[in-house]
Design a protein around this ligand. Structure first.
Ligand code: ZN
Length: 329
C-alpha cells in the first residue's frame, strides 16, 4: 500500500532511538568496547534497541518514548496497516553465562492465554569466540516424556541440538523451539514484540520456571536453524520469514533511500536501520542530518521524506522490515 504524497511529513523524518540497558543475572559487567557502559549493582544482559521504553533521541519527537509514539501515530509510522503497537523488538544479548532453556508460544497459543501475539525470533551473530554455540531445538527422535524427565533430573541439555555460530551467521528461532543462548557469541536479536517466555530449566538459579506452559508450547520439530544468506546485486538477504525480513545493505559511499526498497516491497512502510558496525549519516533537504552511531538503530517511518544514506566509515548496515501476518489473517 502507498501512502498519499500528502502524508509525507518532515515530522516523521527518520529518528534515532536511545538504547536501554537491561540488567540480567547472566550478563556482562562491562559492555566496552560494544557500548561505553559499565554495570551498576547488577550485570547488563540485554541492550534494548527498539523497546517501548526507549527514548527517541533525535528529531521532532525527541524525548518521547518509542511506545508513546507508536500509540500516537501508528499510520505515520507503519503506513496503512494498523498493527497494535511496536511490531518488532530488537536487542543485543550479552551472555556471560548460559541463559535459561526456554520456549516461546506461537500466535495461536499466545491468543489462547490472552497475549497479543507469540514470539518468533532470530539471532544475527555480531561476534563469536571460536567454538561458540547456541542450543536450538530438540535432537531428532526426542519425545515429550524425555523432555519432561530431563527438566526434572537436570539432563535436558543432552536432548538439545548444539549449533555452532560464527560472526555473520543468522539463526532462525521459530516459536515452539526449545532454545538457549550460551556465552561466547554476541547476538543481535529480532523478535515479534512479545514478552512471553516460558522458562523450562534454569541451571538451579532461583528464578521462576513455567514448566507446564513450556511443555505445551514445545514443538518436537520446527523450522529453526541457520539460514543461508542470499546474495543479491545490492544487498544480502539474511532472513525472510512471515514476521520480518533482515538484509545487509551495501553502501559504498552513499545511496538513495528509494533504492533501499526492493521490488514487491510497499512504497511506504516502516523499516529500521541498524549500524552493526561503523556509522551512517542520513541526509536530506527535508530534515537535519542524523548520525547513526555504531550499534544504534534509526526508525524510518512510513511517512518519512526521501533521504540519502551515507557511509561515515566502515559501515555495516542492517535493514529490518516488519511483516504483518496478523493483519493478513
Ligand atoms: Zn528466546
Amino acid at each position: 500500500m502507498t501512502l498519499p504524497t500528502s502524508a509525507i511529513s518532515t515530522d516523521f523524518a527518520p529518528f534515532l532511538i536511545q538504547p536501554h540497558f537491561d540488567p540480567r543475572i547472566w550478563g556482562y559487567r562491562d559492555l566496552r568496547p560494544w557500548f561505553d557502559v559499565t554495570a551498576g549493582d547488577e550485570p547488563i544482559g540485554e541492550v534494548w534497541l527498539t523497546g517501548d521504553q526507549c527514548l527517541i533521541a533525535s528529531g521532532h519527537h525527541a524525548g518521547k518514548s518509542l511506545g508513546q509514539l507508536f500509540a500516537e501515530a501508528p499510520a505515520e509510522l507503519m503506513g496503512s496497516i494498523a498493527h497494535p503497537g511496536s511490531p518488532l523488538l530488537m536487542k543485543i544479548i550479552f551472555a556471560k553465562e548460559k541463559l535459561s532453556v526456554q520456549v516461546h508460544p506461537d500466535d495461536a497459543m499466545a491468543h489462547k492465554y490472552g497475549e497479543p501475539r507469540g514470539k518468533t525470533e532470530c539471532w544475527y551473530t555480531l561476534s563469536a569466540e571460536p567454538g561458540a554455540a547456541v542450543a536450538l531445538g530438540l535432537k531428532p527422535g526426542v519425545s515429550m516424556d524425555e523432555v519432561r524427565a530431563g527438566i526434572h533430573n537436570g539432563t535436558l541439555e543432552s536432548f538439545l541440538n548444539s549449533v555452532p555460530v560464527a560472526k555473520g551467521d543468522m539463526v532462525f528461532v521459530d516459536a515452539g523451539t526449545v532454545h538457549a543462548i550460551w556465552p561466547g557469541a554476541i547476538l543481535f536479536e529480532t523478535q515479534q514484540y512479545s514478552d512471553t517466555t516460558y522458562r523450562m530449566y534454569d541451571y538451579g538459579r532461583p528464578r521462576e520456571l513455567h514448566i507446564e506452559k513450556s511443555l505445551e508450547a514445545t514443538k518436537l520439530a520446527t523450522r529453526s536453524g541457520k539460514i543461508p544468506a542470499q546474495a543479491l546485486s545490492d544487498r544480502t538477504v539474511l532472513i525472510d520469514v512471515e514476521y520480518f525480513r533482515i538484509e545487509r545493505i551495501a553502501v559504498e559511499k552513499s545511496r538513495l533511500s528509494s533504492t533501499l526498497r526492493r521490488d514487491g516491497e510497499p512504497q511506504s512502510g516502516l523499516s529500521y536501520l541498524f549500524a552493526a558496525d561503523g556509522a551512517a549519516r542520513l541526509v536530506s533537504d527535508a530534515f537535519e542530518p542524523i548520525e547513526i552511531p555504531t550499534r544504534n538503530i534509526a526508525v524510518v517511518p512510513a511517512a518519512s521524506p526521501e533521504f540519502t544514506v551515507e557511509n561515515s566509515g566502515d559501515l555495516d548496515l542492517i535493514r529490518i522490515i516488519p511483516r504483518w501476518p496478523e493483519a493478513a489473517a
